[in-house]
Design a protein around this ligand. Structure first.
Ligand SMILES: [Zn+2]
Length: 676
């Protein structure tokens, strides 16, 4: 892997020069220079920015034909197939463009991709309100004989497509439908405005702050700009000032949020739901907001109890502005200096670790594949072929791992092409991009990852495996296109592997000496994480509850700030700071709207799967196969709770979910005290 960059290998005895990494040097470069220019991801049109227009036009043409075909085909499995083809032809361009518009180094490409996204988005909106198209699907869903003859996957996908129509208000009379369209447009604008507002720095007259801390903030004439919480700053006063200024209430942003929440509620009610949360939770594991409240309350109480025990033991005092720096405090207490760990986690070693884990668990290997000229957008992007020992090629992962100017600092998984069974019987292989922002290594040295980066790499590879191993018939439900509260299960499960000594010991080797990472360093790392986990989980519960109340029954009984204050004191246990309005910085309200709890839900499932299936033996092939068969293979084509039941071979209760989260926080204080 990338260790071989600059001619530096991974050191003696590490066995890292496997087939995983074939550097693209030597004659092949000459060959590439003279070979024809290919488009991005091998899409022929995309060899230049203008190609997006061409690809988009082609997709729109195809989609027009497919719409006609759908409308003229009698109800049957064919209907669902055509709908999926229609969705595939649009997604193939839109998903790819979605990635290119954020990550391509060339502005012209980003702009062209953005334009394509917008145009296809408009067409999708139109299709979702196309009465004739909807009727062709409704005829199918209304025909009981045909429906009962369909397999469960086809039935579910038909229902999911119908759901897309319904949330656009297609079943309404013309006047109401127009209202729904208008609300959708307004909500989209409000979301964009609110998102921008969450990042805008707050300005303050510099004389308000004591002179000795002013240098921490950007000066602008007589003003200082506060652009964040400065959570890593060791100075308590700086953190307090940043907290109070950055989170200071802003009436414009407040108005936006309140209008957004009210509009979402109106839209949900217009299309037939009690609240926006009811609409959002359809098809998820949680199913209804009510069920969630039960376990949230239980969870809150139990975590508060754990947190309290821990605080007393560690004699820590928390207030809101230093709770965010809690994690670094933990790191200090446990002597977690990332610098000590990095040499053991070279990127090459980590990739070999993943390769070895996947091959033991699932019979899968990762091979570096030569890319064609123009196929990738940056020289340091690597293409991995995912190959099964008997089934052969399963899909491709493009690894865009390194920082570069204009690339967002975000760890992310993008579906570029969904898997699906094609008309000719072949399987359309899934293609994804994993985006990380690893530091560029010094010349001749391998890229070294901190423990956090290593864990993130495992997390993102969990998403990639979900995509690669999904074998759904329809791309509408490919890999990670599943219920939001299930989507993080495969990735969080990988974090458990990343924190297990038996797994880490297989790959963590000092890049110079080849020495393995000492066991006590791994246990110290894991223990430190558990300490932070209690506080972090409490914070997550607070965010999730707040998100539920905001998207619950309207009109809200109080202002969003008053609700924040009340919830914070009740759920999080830390006092609200006067004149602040943290919710105005809560950007996830836009993307997750009523589903912020998903992260906790996924974590609970991952924890149960880990403990029951892999904790005894993280390399258990039989369990790996069961995991693939019961969970990964289905993408979003199966009800998530049924997948969980298939994996655990029982139906977890609400208490099981709570226990799974809380028991992760148990840890051995004695080890910690003796060790530090
Ligand atoms: Zn994730």
């Amino acid at each position: 892997w990338c260790d071989s960059w600059g001619g530096c290998c991974a050191g003696p005895g590490t066995g890292l020069q496997s087939s995983l990494w074939i550097p693209s040097v030597g004659n092949s470069d000459v060959f590439l220079l003279f070979s024809a220019l290919q488009g991005l991801f091998g899409v022929p049109e995309l060899s230049c920015p203008e190609g997006f227009q061409e690809a988009q036009d082609k997709a729109l043409q195809d989609s027009e034909q497919l719409v006609q075909k759908a409308c003229s085909t009698p109800p049957g499995p064919e209907t669902v197939k055509i709908f999926d083809q229609l969705s595939d032809s649009l997604c193939r361009v839109a998903d790819l463009a979605d990635f290119v518009k954020v990550a391509h180094p060339d502005f012209a490409f980003r702009e062209a991709a953005e334009e394509a996204c917008r145009n296809i988005g408009t067409v999708v909106e139109k299709l979702n309100t196309d009465v004739e198209l909807c009727q062709s699907l409704r005829r199918l869903l209304g025909d009981e004989t045909v429906m009962s003859s369909l397999d469960p996957e086809t039935r579910r996908v038909a229902e999911l497509f119908m759901f897309d129509f319904e949330i656009s208000g297609i079943h309404l009379d013309e006047e109401k439908r127009k209202k729904a369209v208008d609300l959708n447009v307004r909500i989209l604008d409000l979301c964009n405005e609110f998102l921008i507002g969450t990042h805008i720095p707050n300005k303050i007259d510099k004389h308000v702050l004591p002179e000795h801390i002013r240098y921490n903030f950007t000066a602008e004439g007589n003003y200082l700009q506060v652009a964040g919480l400065h959570a890593d700053c060791p100075d308590d006063l700086v953190r307090e000032a940043a907290y109070k200024i950055f989170l200071h209430s802003n009436s414009q942003q407040l108005a936006r949020l309140e209008e957004l929440l009210a509009s979402r509620n109106s839209l949900a009610q217009l299309v037939g739901y009690d609240t926006f949360a009811h609409r959002a939770l359809q098809g998820t594991m949680a199913k209804t907001p009510g069920m969630r409240h039960v376990w949230k309350d239980m969870l809150r109480n139990q975590i508060t109890q754990k947190d309290f025990e821990m605080m007393t033991k560690m004699k820590m005092k928390l207030n809101p502005h230093n709770s965010v720096s809690y994690i670094s405090i933990c790191d200090c207490l446990y002597n977690i200096d990332p610098g000590l760990y990095c040499p053991f986690f070279s990127l090459g070693a980590c990739m070999e670790g993943l390769n070895s884990l996947f091959s033991q668990l699932l019979g899968i290997s990762l091979y570096a594949e030569q890319t064609k000229r123009g196929e990738i957008w940056s020289e340091d992007v690597r293409k991995l072929a995912v190959v099964h020992e008997t089934e052969g090629l399963l899909g491709y992962i493009y690894c865009d791992f390194f920082q570069r100017p204009d690339k967002p600092h975000q760890d992310c998984h993008f579906t570029v092409r969904g898997g699906r069974l094609k008309e000719n019987g072949e399987y359309q292989l899934p293609v994804v991009v994993l985006m990380l922002s690893l530091p560029n290594s010094a010349r001749g040295a391998p890229t070294l990852l901190s423990p956090g980066m290593m864990e993130n790499l495992f997390h993102e590879m969990g998403h990639a495996m979900h995509s690669m191993l999904g074998r759904t018939r329809y791309q509408h439900v490919t890999g990670t296109r599943c219920a939001t509260d299930f989507a993080e299960v495969p990735s969080i499960l990988m974090e458990y592997f990343a924190n297990d000594y038996r797994v880490v010991n297989q790959f963590a080797r000092h890049y110079k000496t080849g020495q393995p990472l000492p066991k006590n360093m791994v246990s110290r790392l894991c223990e430190s994480k558990k300490v932070c986990a209690a506080a972090d989980m409490q914070l997550q519960v607070f965010y999730a509850v707040l998100d539920q109340i905001y998207h619950g029954k309207h009109p809200l009984k109080k202002s969003t700030t008053e609700i924040l204050k009340e919830t914070q004191e009740k759920v999080y246990g830390l006092p609200y700071v006067h004149n602040t309005a943290w919710q105005l910085r809560f950007s996830h309200l836009v993307g997750y709207g009523a589903k912020y709890y998903s992260y906790l839900m996924s974590r609970a499932v991952a924890s149960m799967v880990w403990k029951q299936c892999f904790a005894q033996n993280p390399f258990d092939r039989a369990m790996g196969e069961r995991y693939r068969r019961e969970m990964l293979a289905h993408g979003g084509a199966k009800e998530p709770m049924l997948m969980v039941q298939g994996m655990l071979q029982k139906s977890p209760s609400v208490e099981d979910f709570v226990d799974a989260l809380v028991s992760d926080l148990d840890h051995d204080f004695e080890t910690f005290i003796m060790d530090s």
